[in-house]
Design a protein around this ligand. Structure first.
Ligand SMILES: Cc1ncc(C[n+]2csc(CCOP(=O)(O)OP(=O)(O)O)c2C)c(N)n1
Length: 620
């Protein structure tokens, strides 16, 4: 039996003889590779934290100590060590283990995570509660150098330093965000990495002193003034200036040193930062070489590695279009918050480096910076996942909208995203963007429409504009255009209004309805906000029944707005069906399964319409 199969908790990791720990690490890596190559997931980050996670469990007990992961994409090893190994092959599948920490999955998961840079804030709150309640557990925040580029992390560090609250912050520095880390903090950490490790120095120094005659007395003397010695040798770190103790940099693959340093941190009566250097992708040659490609992977061939995909998708089309538009306008700039590859901007970054800005994982700053660019006559396009744009809401209102600046938001991953689950579904943007005065929102249903709508947003629109497009590939609908609405299929019994790739489900529903003797008219919206209801109004008047199909939450959805406007004009048809995701978080799963499960696929929509017609006839 493998060692790993006998481990179900921190207590088991602690009980393991020290000489078996390297074997445990090997087994963790191979089980991780075996599983993620089948399920897909965040590979490189997890390969890099194997020793660090084992050391954390060796020193702490995560069933009572609170381990707060930042982003949480690096929690797979922790999951394998805390009673979830037998279900590890269900990772990221519908109904399976989450790819992020989830307290409802295990008491060893302290907090839900998915979005970056909040771990220090959450951990400080937990530490304060611990102190107020007089408990004796430790609180540990584990964050990467990428997460440390987010403004929230600095707000938290400032508070932590002031608080004096005992709290252990482990900074997992691998020099990488998804792509190489950017910004002043990344440069600062790179410099810190070059300095000799204080812990290594101390160990060597203690050894040397024990060999010298009278050395022990000298060691004791200097030990008393160790901070002065440390400062003289290592200079003071930024963290120390802020009121936190700092230890490091230390080798994040040296288990003994990790255990020693974490044990030391337990005794510190205040906040401490442990700066750990790891290699992202460690232990699998392909991912060591290209950790960016292995940050998040789809299922792949373990022997051959990940082969670069060639299939087009919405993000790639967005990136190509951006390059074409930049060719035409010297004012066009692209902004990303650490998502260059995810948003398809690699080529743009290569061809137009002066007009490309990767600001780090900071959507708040990115939006504010875009405003500055726009105010000076540039045309900024901020490419951002729908779920992460949530962070920029105040900037949208307070800065962009109030001044009616022409900032374009390329809202990627709008709609269901699949295996990343609740924290990443792009299902709120329709609701929050429609509250922003002056915002115009386009929702292309195909690559051709994305090209045309992005061009229109950049060159023809004024003020804030969002072009929201989904994750992945286009469906059967492939037409181009950028008009406000279009009738895709004529009918007389019911009007189905939709937008984006849901158009494929609407057409499938219409086909099914036709087989059942019901004639459906399908109206596709292109610009979904502000409403242009001319065709919708005429169609629903004709059919007397209206169904609005959307892949977003109910609050603030387009159907709600349409209903309000038609009701105000006393034009609301008797039968109104708002088919959307309701007001809830949507779990992980492949997108087709999720669409069926939540009832927005063609079959479910047709069934809902037939049921409504049946009800009407029952009442008649
Ligand atoms: C607010 C927010 N923006 C963007 C992301 C996407 N994202 C996930 S992991 C990651 C990189 C994290 O880098 P780091 O913290 O250094 O961890 P590593 O993967 O290197 O271990 C990014 C940008 C996110 N999760 N949250």
């Amino acid at each position: 039996m493998a060692i790993l199969d006998r481990i179900h908790s921190s207590a088991h990791v602690k009980a393991l003889p020290e000489d078996l720990l390297p074997q445990l690490c090997r087994e963790l890596r191979s089980r991780l590779l075996e599983t993620v190559s089948k399920t897909g997931g965040h590979l490189a980050s997890n390969l890099g934290v194997v020793e660090l996670t084992v050391a954390i469990h060796r020193v702490f007990d995560t069933s009572k100590d609170r381990l707060v992961f930042d982003v949480g994409h690096q929690s797979y090893i922790h999951k394998m060590l805390t009673g979830r190994l037998d279900r590890f092959d269900t990772l990221r599948q519908y109904g399976g283990l989450s790819g992020f920490p989830k307290p409802c999955e295990s008491a060893d998961d302290a907090f839900i995570a998915g979005h970056a840079s909040n771990s220090i804030s959450v951990a400080l709150g937990m530490a304060r509660a611990r102190t107020l309640e007089g408990r004796d557990n430790y609180v540990i925040a584990l964050l990467g150098d990428g997460a440390l580029t987010g403004g929230l992390a600095y707000e938290a560090l400032s508070d932590v330093g002031d608080s004096g609250e005992p709290l252990i912050i482990i900074l997992n520095d691998n020099g990488m965000s998804i792509t190489p880390n950017v910004g002043g903090m990344a440069h600062y950490l790179a410099k810190q990495r070059l300095k000799p490790s204080y812990a290594t120095f101390k160990r060597r120094y203690r050894k040397l002193m024990s060999l010298l005659p009278g050395g022990k007395a000298i060691y004791r003397f200097f030990h008393g003034i160790k901070s002065a010695v440390k400062e003289a040798i290592l200079h003071c770190s930024m963290f120390e200036e802020m009121g936190l103790q700092y230890a490091g940099p230390i080798d994040g693959h040296d288990l003994k040193l990790l255990v020693e340093t974490l044990s030391w941190a337990k005794g510190v009566q205040g906040p401490v930062v442990i700066h750990v250097i790891t290699k992202k992708g460690k232990g699998y040659p392909f991912s060591e070489e290209t950790p960016d490609i292995y940050h998040g992977v789809s299922p792949f061939d373990l022997e051959k590695g990940v082969l670069p995909g060639t299939a087009p998708n919405f993000s790639a089309v967005f990136g190509e279009t951006m390059c074409a538009l930049a060719e035409e306008s010297k004012e066009l700039c692209a902004i990303t918050a650490a998502m260059t590859s995810g948003t398809g901007l690699e080529e743009f970054a290569f061809r137009y480096p002066r007009r490309f800005f990767d600001v780090g994982i900071d959507e708040v700053h990115a939006a504010a910076m875009a405003e500055g660019l726009a105010s000076q006559g540039m045309i900024p396009v901020f490419a951002v996942y729908s779920t992460f744009l949530q962070r920029s809401y105040d900037m949208l209102l307070h800065d962009v909208a109030l001044s009616q600046l022409h900032v374009v938001f390329g809202v990627d991953r709008a709609g269901l995203v699949g295996a990343d689950g609740e924290t990443h579904q792009g299902i709120f943007d329709v609701g929050y963007l429609t509250t922003v005065p002056g915002m115009r929102i386009y929702s292309p249903a195909s690559y051709g429409e994305l090209r045309d709508m992005l061009r229109k947003a950049v060159f023809e629109e004024k003020g804030p504009v969002a072009v929201r497009y989904p994750r992945g590939v286009e469906g059967a609908y492939t037409a181009s255009g950028a008009e406000n609405s279009r009738i895709l299929r004529e009918g007389s019994d019911v009007t189905i209004v939709t937008y984006g790739v849901s158009v494929n489900d609407a057409l499938a529903a219409a086909e099914r309805l036709s087989a059942a003797g019901v004639s459906a008219e399908v109206v596709k919206l292109g610009r979904i906000w502000p409403l242009d209801l001319e065709q919708v109004r005429a169609s629903s008047k004709k059919t007397g029944r209206l169904c609005v199909l959307e892949e977003c939450v109910n609050s603030g959805c387009i159907g709600e707005h349409i209903a309000a406007e038609l009701a105000a004009a006393r034009e609301l048809p008797d039968t109104l069906i708002l088919r959307n995701l309701g007001n809830r978080f949507i779990p992980q799963g492949d997108i087709a399964t999720l669409r069926r499960a939540v009832g927005i696929d063609g079959e479910s929509v047709a069934a809902a319409i037939l049921e409504a017609i049946g009800d009407e006839q029952g009442q008649a």
